[in-house]
Design a protein around this ligand. Structure first.
Ligand code: SF4
Length: 116
């Protein structure tokens, strides 16, 4: 990732409400065409979203950062040595009525109780 791509991404990420593309290049003091290329690259890389909108009569884009998945601690997916049933599940999901999940949570409670 280039320095400019990093700067653009950091600025977009610093604005949870998003930033207009027409303001982005002014804030970074870079050429608008160069900025457009960087924005297109970040969008293609799946790091940002670009939604067409209007400011007055001018067409622009609202740029928002995509949320990145946080690392999951694999230990949180286990009840003892039993993997949470949601991994690879193909059932129609109604969480509050899911017997495999209830059984797994019951197993988790037993494991946690036995560690005390
Ligand atoms: S809650 Fe139940 S149905 Fe939903 S994904 Fe998990 S195991 Fe599957």
């Amino acid at each position: 990732m280039t320095d400019l791509e990093t700067d653009v991404l950091e600025l977009i990420r610093s604005r949870p409400e998003g930033i207009l593309q027409s303001e982005l290049w002014k804030e970074l003091d870079v050429d608008s065409r160069k900025c457009s290329r960087v924005v297109k690259k970040l969008e293609e890389d799946g790091l940002i979203e670009r939604i067409e909108c209007k400011k007055g009569s001018t067409k622009t884009f609202l740029l928002t950062a995509k949320k990145t998945a946080k690392e999951i601690n694999p230990a949180h997916l286990l009840a003892g040595d039993e993997l949470i049933p949601c991994v690879g599940c193909e059932l129609e999901c109604i969480v509050t009525q899911c017997h495999p999940l209830m059984d797994w949570m019951y197993q988790l409670a037993i494991v946690q109780h036995s560690r005390k």
